[in-house]
Design a protein around this ligand. Structure first.
Ligand SMILES: Cc1cc2nc3c(=O)[nH]c(=O)nc-3n(C[C@H](O)[C@H](O)[C@H](O)COP(=O)(O)OP(=O)(O)OC[C@H]3O[C@@H](n4cnc5c(N)ncnc54)[C@H](O)[C@@H]3O)c2cc1C
Length: 320
């Protein structure tokens, strides 16, 4: 049985701040965008409580409420928002081909990829229990809530080192828990950590459990993997900085990526190595990873898509 193929001008994959912002701009430029939300409509911010650093919300807002506002704004200008998961792509075909939920084929003149990234967690039940109540995977987002308090951060790479020094500016004391007897971070970052007086690095240490009072985190239980000794470190906040995984598996072999799977874009733009395919938000940004930067690049992607289509139209007119 042959299936009808739907054609769209602008397909947006993913419904985080990047996807919704791209949708607002694309819809207002009359590109009639169709968005597939993926399995997490609203994206990463739906996992959090307070968002205090997105401009325009002087009293703060919860992540789910903010994403609901963005969804309504995208819908207001006519974005066709659909629940569905892009399971396969064919970026050699022209127009570009995308398969949704393994069954539906869509062709698109332009594709905006905003599939985000997923924070890696330790996998402890107590970590999930206190996620948003003392446990966080983002120091820049949540460090402020622990001003003047004691926190722990787990990780040994550049990001963990960067986040530890960020937290050290806000918090009284930062315990940096490193699983091995050395860092993975660059020498420069290790130097910065070692020269921050209120960071205490604890090597050969594995997190066993996050301890709390039912409402908030009160301590972290750690194991010294050399001596097998267990101890509790009293802290109010626990930060996990063991990396993120960009949601790019379906684009492998089609788009240029760095060694960790982040999509590569042409500097100063959202263009990927495939014409008409653009990438915005955390899926192409392992460095800033903020809602406002994701939204900013979503805007860029829609403008890049609109200009790409306009240039194509000009080409057709010149030929005819
Ligand atoms: C707990 C937590 C708290 C945070 N707090 C803050 C904060 O206070 N301030 C701040 O600025 N930032 C915060 N961040 C970071 C912020 O959430 C991200 O930077 C931002 O959400 C990135 O937006 P994005 O649009 O690139 O992707 P995401 O928000 O990751 O959204 C990705 C979207 O892609 C969809 N998707 C994935 N794969 C597919 C597919 N194959 N097909 C279709 N759709 C797909 C998902 O369903 C999702 O809708 C926080 C992050 C976390 C995890």
């Amino acid at each position: 049985m042959s299936q009808e193929i739907e054609h769209v001008q602008c397909l947006i994959i993913g419904s985080g701040p990047a996807g919704y912002t791209a949708a607002i701009y694309a819809a207002r430029a009359d590109l009639k965008p169709v968005m597939y939300t993926g399995m997490e409509p609203g994206g990463q911010l739906t996992q959090t409580t307070e968002v205090d650093n997105f401009p325009g919300y002087p009293s703060g807002i919860t992540g789910p409420e903010m994403m609901e506002d963005l969804r309504k704004q995208a819908e207001r200008f006519g974005t066709d928002i659909r629940f569905g998961y892009v399971s396969e792509v064919d970026f050699l075909s022209v127009p570009r081909k995308v398969i949704v939920d393994d069954i539906k084929t869509i062709t698109a003149d332009t594709v905006i990829i905003s599939t985000g990234a997923t924070a890696k967690w330790l996998g402890l039940p107590s970590e999930q229990k206190y996620n948003g109540f003392g446990v966080s995977a983002c120091a820049v987002c949540d460090g402020f809530f622990f001003k003047g308090q004691d926190v722990a951060i787990v990780g040994a790479g550049d990001t963990a080192a960067e986040e530890a020094t960020y937290l050290a500016k806000l918090c009284r004391k930062v315990y940096m828990l490193v699983r091995r007897d050395e860092f993975r971070a660059s020498k420069a970052m290790v130097h910065r950590v070692m020269n921050t007086p209120n960071i205490e690095v604890i090597y050969n240490t594995e997190t066993q459990e996050i301890i709390g009072n039912g409402k908030n985190v009160t301590a972290v239980r750690v194991l010294n993997n050399q001596t097998n000794e267990e101890s509790d470190i009293p802290v109010e906040g626990f930060f996990v900085a063991i990396g993120h995984k960009p949601n790019t598996d379906i684009f492998k072999g089609w788009l240029d990526m760095d060694e960790t799977g982040y999509l590569k874009t042409i500097p100063g733009s959202t263009k990927t190595n495939v014409e008409g395919v653009f990438a915005a938000g955390d899926v192409q940004d392992h460095y800033y990873r903020q809602a406002v930067t994701a939204a900013g690049s979503g805007c860029m992607a829609a403008l890049d898509a609109e200009r790409y289509l306009a240039a194509k139209e000009d080409e057709v007119k010149m030929v005819s």
